[in-house]
Ligand binder design. Structure first.
Ligand code: 13P
Length: 252
């Protein structure tokens, strides 16, 4: 039985005092529940405080990006070693905003995924199509390519523990959610691609999230789908009440 992973992606929002207020508001309210895992992926400057404040709670803290090298002359970058040292457990890799604005390629996503595993961080790998690709019926091929390239060279055990976030780019921050059936169709496709790469047994273990305008009002329907095992949430994850409702939905 797969867990629902409800992950907040705060993107470039909040200041430290607001991050602390959020942690104070949710820390005793996220249930320790075998069906759900709650993760908060925050900007780098907030990570030490969030790790500290959520210690002993079921909340996990994630980063939104990292470099694939351990250290070196990479001005402005943050390494997996640094994240691990802080107590971070998850890292978002290949978000469409990083691919679009910071030129991240499938090859970089693959290197970062390997780096995450080499340092015992769990990668949340984002894939998704543009509106043009959807309209040209290229969604399934595009997603297959992204998944295959991201996972290249991983062991079966590593593949079984990745989290894949399917985020159609046209649904991010637009208020347009993919219908739960359309979202599930792509998530099922992702699982089938994983079956091809590895095995049925491995593919059945992989957590596949949906992301794109998820909110308390639509999360139940999305999580009820056969191949959707959680959500990666931007806007609706910023307020404690809304985040707690999303986590609560994941317990069912
Ligand atoms: P929104 O939930 O704001 O649409 O953002 C989705 C997203 O990009 C999460 O990574």
């Amino acid at each position: 039985m797969r867990k629902n992973v409800i992950a907040a992606n705060w993107k470039m929002n909040k200041v430290l005092s607001e991050a602390n207020q959020f942690a104070d508001a949710v820390v005793n309210k996220v249930p320790a529940d075998e069906h759900v895992e709650a993760v908060v992926c925050a900007p780098f400057p907030f990570l030490p405080a969030l790790v500290e404040k959520t210690k002993g709670s079921p909340i996990k803290i994630g980063a939104q990006n990292m470099h694939y090298e351990e250290s070196g002359a990479f001005t402005g970058e943050v390494s997996p070693v640094m994240l691990k040292d802080l107590g971070v457990t998850h890292v978002v890799i290949g978000h469409s905003e990083r691919r679009a604005y910071f030129a991240e390629t499938d090859e970089m996503v693959n290197k970062k995924t390997h780096a995450a595993f080499n340092h015992n961080l769990l990668p949340v790998i984002c894939v998704g199509e543009t509106l043009e690709q959807r309209e040209a019926n290229e969604t399934m091929n595009h997603i297959e390519t992204q998944v295959q390239k991201a996972l290249k060279g991983l062991s079966n055990a590593q593949t079984a523990s990745v989290i894949i976030a399917y985020e159609p780019i046209w649904a991010i921050g637009t208020g347009k959610t993919a219908s739960s059936e359309d979202a599930n169709e792509v998530c099922t496709h992702i699982r089938n691609v994983m079956k091809k790469i590895t095995s049925e047994e491995v593919a059945e273990k992989v957590v596949i999230q949906y992301g794109g305008s998820v909110k308390p009002a639509n999360v139940d329907e999305l999580l009820a789908q056969s191949d959707i095992d959680g959500a990666l949430v931007g806007g609706a994850s910023l307020e404690p009440d809304s985040f707690l409702k999303l986590v609560e939905a994941g317990t069912k």
